[in-house]
Design a protein around this ligand. Structure first.
Ligand code: NAP
Length: 547
């Protein structure tokens, strides 16, 4: 680490990232506790995930009236969402409003990427180095880097030879991309690809979607909110807040207590149909046993597969789209706007990469190789002007590991996590004192409505730091036995569900070659998790070492 620069500025806390987490963490520590705090942000504006993800069709899949902060009644009262599901521009505009309303901008350094952070064991502070070589010192280091911020561009032979333009959806150019008159190839049919394809198809000359794993999707049924909707959301804001803070998923609805397997086939079909018509992630909450029992899950899977066959005109395309190899919602379930119907357009083609895998990218397209139904060898060259990678992220840990973070005895985070991102309560890693992660591995994070999980984490961390200051303590850390115990508890929760059984899932890190496999999000639910964290705090941070 470069140490030749002038004496670093000493802070109480340094926060990495100016998205939902970083902004609220700044507000709590600076405005409520009066601490000296700085946020470092790689982008040139606030927004985090939504700053980078402005790809066509991008839209949040939490409903707008819950995809927001709840800490300020005035903020809730004054902000008006325009649609059921907000897009990136509106979310970024909301976060800019929050930044200015609470006077946070003065403490944020934009265009500033953290390169390294090292714990100084002698004086118990973090020494943080940014790309430009400048240093900061802070008692506490808080990562608020988001779960889906490290774009994954798979290594495909020939990408450097491609003469056209190519983009990853998670690093979408701010000026947008013109698809008119262009032959576009899109790799990936996760939540992102499912949102992007219908919008790209509207203007592209031709869109070829390269599907490796077929996916479920439920209609989002987005719509403009009218004055009555908004009035109702505001009237019910306090009740909604209670609900989002005290249920397992952080959304504004509860998971049904009914079991699919205890419901007659006719009634089940009518419950699924109603949920399909309502749209959105709530489909997943139709029955309590969907993520626990394979047999129960199969009833939802069969319903969605039937819908795909009804929506898609060409039977072969429908079969390729419905040939799904995992239980519904055991991978993150997408919601869409006319995704399956998009394949009825004359300018859209689906390529089944299971039958004809990509062999390489060429100067002017993509070469796929394989066997047809009769066992004949086939080679197809798809001519392309633009290639869109909707290929996901090195999720949850990618951005943390990209920084050179070192704790006691120069231990690197990647060494500490060589067997997977082991941690205590999803908040701390053994050997890394005074380092807190917001919505990191081991916490409910991506299995919930994110702002609800973020508020819980930020408030816990803020209370903890307030306690440390009051008690004149300088270090808080998680010893290995606490980590071991939390890893076991989180694994036991995950094993109660179907989620870890899907081997090719980013929840497990399986989408990134070489990434250690460990089920990362905590599946026990936000309500249970909140109670566990609160109990530790109420018992003077039991399970943590404080000095
Ligand atoms: P993803 O779920 O990881 O999907 C990536 C897609 O790319 C998959 O279809 C994957 O196929 C494919 N892929 C990756 N490498 C490939 C390769 N070498 N060759 C062919 N195909 C390849 O990523 P995502 O769609 O960006 O979504 C990530 C997460 O972001 C979501 O699960 C969700 O949590 C979040 N998200 C949220 C929203 C929202 O709020 N509305 C929107 C978008 C994303 P395989 O499945 O075969 O690996």
């Amino acid at each position: 680490m470069n140490t030749q620069h002038s004496e670093p500025e000493m802070l109480d806390a340094l926060i990495i990232g100016a998205g939902f987490s970083g902004l609220y963490q700044l507000y709590c520590l600076q405005e409520k506790l009066g601490l000296k705090v700085k946020v470092l942000e790689a982008g040139d504006g606030v927004g985090g995930t939504w700053y980078w993800n402005s790809y066509p069709g991008a839209r949040c899949d939490s409903e707008s009236h819950v995809y927001c902060y709840t800490f300020s009644k005035e903020l809730t009262e004054e902000w008006n969402w325009s649609e059921r599901y907000p897009g990136p521009a509106e979310i970024v505009s909301y976060l800019n409003h929050v930044t200015d309303r609470f006077d946070l901008r003065k403490s944020i350094e934009f265009d500033t990427r953290v390169a390294a952070a090292r714990f100084n064991e002698q004086d118990n502070y973090w020494d943080i180095e940014i790309d430009a070589g400048q240093h900061y010192r802070a008692r506490y280091l808080i990562t608020a880097v988001g779960c889906l911020s490290s774009a994954n561009v798979p290594e495909i032979d020939g990408l450097n030879d491609f003469a056209g333009e190519w983009y990853h959806t998670g690093q979408w150019p701010k000026e947008g991309v013109q698809f008119e008159g262009k032959r576009v190839g899109q790799i990936g049919t996760g939540s992102t690809g499912i949102q992007a394809a219908p919008v790209i198809a509207q203007t592209a000359q031709h869109l070829t979607v390269f599907q490796r794993t077929a996916n479920y999707s439920i209609p989002a049924r987005n719509h403009i909110l009218n004055a009555k909707d908004r009035h109702s959301h505001k009237l019910n804001a306090a009740t909604t807040r209670e609900l989002t803070r005290n249920n397992s998923n952080g959304h504004g609805w509860l998971i049904s207590k009914r079991k699919a397997l205890k419901t007659s086939a006719d009634e089940r079909a009518s419950i699924y149909e109603k949920a399909w018509q309502t749209g959105g992630l709530k489909f997943r909450a139709s029955f309590s046993d969907l993520l626990i029992s394979e047999e129960a899950n199969a009833t939802a899977a069969a319903f969605i597969k039937r819908k795909i066959h009804q929506l898609v005109d060409d039977p072969e395309t429908a079969s390729t789209l419905a040939d799904i190899d995992h239980p519904y919602a055991a991978k993150r379930p997408p919601i869409d706007t006319h995704y399956f119907e998009t394949y009825n357009r004359d300018n859209v083609t689906l390529v089944d990469l299971r039958k004809t895998p990509i062999s390489k990218i060429t100067k002017d397209g993509m070469l796929c190789h394989g066997m047809d139904n009769t066992g004949q060898h086939i080679e197809t060259h798809h001519e392309l002007d633009i290639l869109v990678f909707a290929t996901g992220y090195d999720a949850i840990t990618g951005t943390l590991l990209r920084m050179d973070i070192r704790g006691r005895n120069d231990l690197t985070l990647s060494d500490a996590w060589s067997a997977g991102p082991r941690n205590h309560l999803g908040l701390q890693v053994a050997g890394f004192p005074n380092l807190f992660m917001v919505t990191g591995p081991g916490s409910p994070s991506v299995l919930t409505n994110m702002p609800a999980a973020i508020e819980q984490h930020v408030e816990w961390i803020s209370d903890c730091i307030a306690y440390m200051v009051e008690q004149n303590h300088t270090t808080i850390e998680s010893p290995e036995p606490s980590v071991e115990s939390w890893v076991n508890e989180a694994n036991a929760e995950a094993d109660k569900t179907l989620l870890p059984k899907v081997k090719h899932s980013w929840y497990l890190g399986a989408n990134i070659p070489g990434k250690p496999r460990m089920f990362m999000p905590y599946t026990g639910g936000l309500d249970k998790y909140r109670a566990i964290c609160q109990k530790a705090a109420d018992n003077n941070y039991q399970g943590f070492d404080i000095s």
